[in-house]
Design a protein around this ligand. Structure first.
Ligand code: PGA
Length: 270
């Protein structure tokens, strides 16, 4: 499956000049051709200047309204994003679920709108607090609720990002990213949730990636032992050189799924 690496700039940087400069710097670090889907998601105010700088990477947005147009102050529609050639949109990021009150129902509406009209949605799921090695049921629940009413044929355009909230933005603290073993369990949990809602073939069509303190140091383990199809990168995507290393390592690393499936003795998909 083609890997996907997404730069989630969140509310950085502060000016269009700085955003353009960062986009140019990232482009310089990317292999040519990139060999993966590389997506740059700047703040919505800087989509326009950044769009003009991207050649090897594609434009992404960090959120989108479920409505196509109309009276919604502050909303950003799929029509507006389409006009700027935005190819991917992050939906249901924990920062929006927690700070902006986005419920599973709202996330579901946005996912359905994006799968019908575009851009391709990157659904974020993940538990808030660390418990133990097991992936809590809320991760499966978030997947199931987000996909309610979604047609099986449109799943090929979906990306799911497993982002345990406790692992986000902790690269400089002690917590850091999740362990490869747990990341792999999360992958199997998400595959199973999709397979339960549709079938196994459907589960294999969705790209599943990891986010939460991804860095040049841990990306190989995330993709290899964690068996992820790529990463959603926050803080490290603001450092062009490191982001370039992350992209290259993600592409070079082959997953070792079979070995891991045996080693940690997980039940295969039902
Ligand atoms: P982080 O953010 O890489 O800074 O932890 C990831 C995200 O929230 O998407």
């Amino acid at each position: 499956m083609r890997k996907i690496i997404i730069a989630n700039w969140k509310m950085h940087p502060d000016t269009p000049e700085a955003a353009s400069a960062l986009a140019i710097a990232i482009e310089k670090e990317l292999p040519s051709p990139p060999g993966a889907d590389v997506v740059v998601a700047p703040p919505v105010s800087f989509l326009m200047p950044v769009a003009g700088m991207l050649k090897k990477s594609m434009l992404g947005a960090q959120d989108m309204s479920a409505e196509g147009q109309g009276a919604l102050t502050g909303g950003v529609s799929w029509r507006e994003l389409a006009a700027l050639n935005v190819r991917f949109v992050i939906i249901g990021h924990s920062e929006r679920r927690i700070n902006c009150g986005e419920t599973d129902e709202i996330v579901n509406k946005k996912i359905r709108t994006a799968l019908v009209h575009g851009p391709a949605p990157v659904l974020c799921v993940g538990e808030r607090d660390y418990t133990d090695a097991d992936i809590p049921p809320m991760v499966s629940d978030q997947v199931r609720l987000a996909l309610a009413g979604v047609k099986k044929e449109s799943l090929k355009n979906l990306v799911i990002a497993y982002e345990p909230v406790w692992a986000i933005s902790t690269a400089t603290q002690s917590a850091g990213a999740d362990t490869p073993e747990r990341i792999f369990r999360a992958r199997l949990t998400i595959e199973k949730a999709i397979a339960d809602a549709y079938d196994q073939a459907a589960a294999k069509k969705v790209r599943i990636i990891y986010g939460g303190s991804v860095s040049a140091r841990n990306i190989a383990a995330i993709v290899g032992e964690g068996h992820m199809d790529g990463a959603l990168v926050g803080g490290a995507s603001l450092r062009a050189e490191e982001f370039g290393v992350i992209v290259r390592r993600a592409i070079e690393t082959r997953s070792i799924e079979k070995r891991r499936r045996g080693a940690i003795n997980l039940r295969p998909l039902a």
